[in-house]
Design a protein around this ligand. Sequence first.
Ligand code: ARG
Length: 468
Amino acid sequence: MKLWGGRFTKETNELVHHFNASISFDQKFYRQDIKGSIAHVTMLAKQGILTAKEQEDIVAGLEGILRDIENKTLTIDESQEDIHSFVEANLIARIGEAGKKLHTGRSRNDQVALDMKLFVRDEVVAINALLKTLLQELYQLMSEHTNTFMPGFTHLQKAQPITLSHHLGAYFEMFKRDRSRLCDLYARMNTCPLGSGALAGTTYPLDRNYTAALLDFDEPTLNSMDSVSDRDYLIELLSALSTIMMHLSRFCEEIILWNTNEYRFVEIDDAYSTGSSIMPQKKNPDIAELIRGKTGRVYGALISILTTMKGLPLAYNKDMQEDKELSFDAIDTVKGCISLFFGMLSTMKFNREVMEASAKNGFTNATDAADYLVGHGVAFRDAHGIIGRLVLLCIEKDCALDDLSLNEYKAICPVFEEDIYEAIRMNTCVEKRDTIGAPGTEAMRAVLKICKEYLDTDNLCDKIQKNS
Ligand code: ARG
């Protein structure tokens, strides 16, 4: 059934129909479409625009459609233009005349704006929950590895010793911010466009506050033209999803490196690795690589919608139909990637000894050796030069700073005493970094407490939780 055949004298060209139709993808929000329609007719009846009997019949019909789609006795007819036409046609086929009144005081423009918002709201809640599960796993690992030493890197060169707990804590902060971005956009988008009509409201005495409340929105939108053409929230969503992917991708990049024979910091579980068809010895980190690779398609969705929106005059334009497929793809991609990343992380083995040996090998305690001299009255710049020369000596002798004799130390600078060895021990180097945010045990303990409180109370996301 076409919703708009009256003023046409010819059939739509077949190719035009397919080019124009959106049912192949907008059927994804059939649930939200039906939910929105039920709220709409409930409001129409309250306002006396429909009778109680008409409302009852329409709601029963819509619930029947929902039930039948869910239990697969009704398949969505893809020859329809969109999900809105499908539901309306099916309703009329089921209940007759009353069904023709469903669309009173509504346009597909405010209908689709509503459906997409309802859909995105549900997905934001789901992604937020997935991120929380990932954060819980990270918290667990962080708690277990406060004493697992490893090198911290800058420029991918060993820099200073840290702990695995501290390294993982960096990602904890990133994913925490990702959740707060989701919460922000949820709060900002939570206004109801229903009742905006095609662009200029309607002549019916709709109660928009009522429909907004029925659908758990904070309030109705305040400008009907903006309502039907606002896709800002999708841009914000895709930007937030792109950032999540960027974080996952960086983490994956590290895991791929750490899983190499050269690093051997971690071993990805067999269940999350794949083999080679030709090289029998291979165990490849394909999942991490794929997550890294899929980041591009989520960025693509963001750039796509930004480009689609940039030249559109007010109000609704069909270009906006392009907001759906890539958004759906980005949402599914992010959900899949977080779940798989969680599985990979929670089954991965961390090789403590290898990490610690690596931290000992790369002069990561050189700054601490310089700080030792500063503590004994040497100016930092001079101390820097002295330790540089000692490092050169170590490279020549193929040993660590810890392995030089006191005489060798003293030959370059007489200030050194026996306590230099204690000062540059891995434990000391980490322990001394005890300002908040640093890897020292006390500092980490304080941060872990904050992380735990965050996971337990989660105030940031109250709004989302209320609706989930
Ligand atoms: N499929 C359309 C979309 O996604 C629904 C709105 C159609 N509105 C219209 N005026 N043709 O945007």
